[in-house]
Design a binder for this molecule. Sequence first.
Ligand code: SAH
Length: 508
Amino acid sequence: MSNTGTVYLVGAGPGDAGLLTLRGAELLRRADVVIYDLLVNPELLRHAGAGCELVSRGKRQDVSQDELNSLMISKAREGKCVVRLKGGDPYVFGRGGEEAEALANAKIDFEVVPGISSIMAATNYAGIPLTHRDHTSNFTVFTGHEGDDKSTSALDFDQIARISGTKVILMGVTHLRELTLALISRGLPAETPVAIVQWGTLGRQKSIVGTLGTIEQLAAKEHITPPALTVIGEVVKLRKKLNWFENRPLFGHRIVVTRSRAQAVEFSHKLTELGADVLEIPCIKRSVPNNLQSLADALLELNSYDWLVFTSPNGVTAFFDFFFKAFKDMRDIGGVRIAAVGPGTAAKLRELHLQVDLMPEEAIGVKIAKEFEKFETVENLKLCLFRAEAANPDLPKALEELGAIVDDIPVYRTVADTEDSLGNVAKLTEAGADWITFTSGSTVEHFHARFDLPALLKKFPQLKLASIGPETSKAIEALGLKPTVEARHHTMEGLVAAVLKMSKNRSS
Ligand code: SAH
């Protein structure tokens, strides 16, 4: 074997980041270089490792096909594992066959990983099955050749019109008028149902329904632009019954998630499953505290404490990162009691198979102190709080007032995150959103530092603010604003529920 690397032509699926194959994800993790197209959902790049070189093919013409082929070949010859990530399926339009030929000619090893094509995915997500026993048992797919120098003249419309069944047109928006007129003039009834699906399978999916006779005007009115596909045939009518995706409660709502990337995943996932178009713009991230000495000291005398107190999932993660640097064995935590503020913090501890002895529901100092009192008197007991640097001093104060001996140890520090690898900042500042969700006072402060929240609200008056709880709301109020909703339960679920309730009200 030579030292030449392999090129993997990988189908990225139609958009929804969940529709990548397991093989595709595995290769992305292994890749040294990923060359991806404009249509590929940038979220998929998160599968790639930190050192992976990412090459965007940008706008269609900025890297020619020849340059792209040479790039794949030269990277492979450097011994690299190259993933060429292409929208949908690599062998459905989009020149995957030509790229594979170039690799074969250059004697580069390659593999082609199929992807879920927009043909079946975008239609499905618009509630349209391509076949159905009561309507049709075949479908035809062709391209309308948009965006190229080509016209529709290469198509044999006589033949296309003669075939029965569903017809799907890719790249057909620019030449929609020609296409529909050609089919009508070949005898297809002008009343034939037609749907166009734009940005299929993504939160921003938009679909319109008309007939061969009306769809062109409708598409112009609704400003339908690529990427979009057109589906023609009786199966379009099934959409009334089968539109599972667009009927989701948050469909059509664009929701900004501001919490740190590491913590956003689950929250974003919940919102996406409810149909929302989620824009992740993390404004904070966890960093190492400035002063590590007190933590080093606390780790050495863990067994001198009666209670370890965690006030956030972040605190748990940060503490145990340090703990396992110092110790190899969980037993080094000793027989100390553990308190967790809020169910999220408790859940994080349980992931480590640590039971929580005490769980005050709310992060309000006095209330936590009261909970302790119910359990046992904390007088003269040694408590160690593992929290953020510069956290609110109320809690240690309240515990000290009850006679406890308190060490308040910073295990992490919240700093601004200004990265925007998904290009979401421009989407927000140009097109706005329906909601911005805040999950802590610091997400509010750092978001404001980056975007000027009052100015953003002025520019997009439909924008609503969702707060996870009183501390977060206070930070919003400090800017002279009011949260549109505050979660009743101060958890992610509570926040989702608050947004959901309000969104339903507004749309009905
Ligand atoms: N290989 C791709 C198709 C590439 S050609 C596949 O298998 O899906 C690009 C065309 O595909 C677009 O112009 C559009 O017609 C269609 N397309 C791709 N992604 C789409 C999406 N998410 N929604 C609707 N149409 C899409």
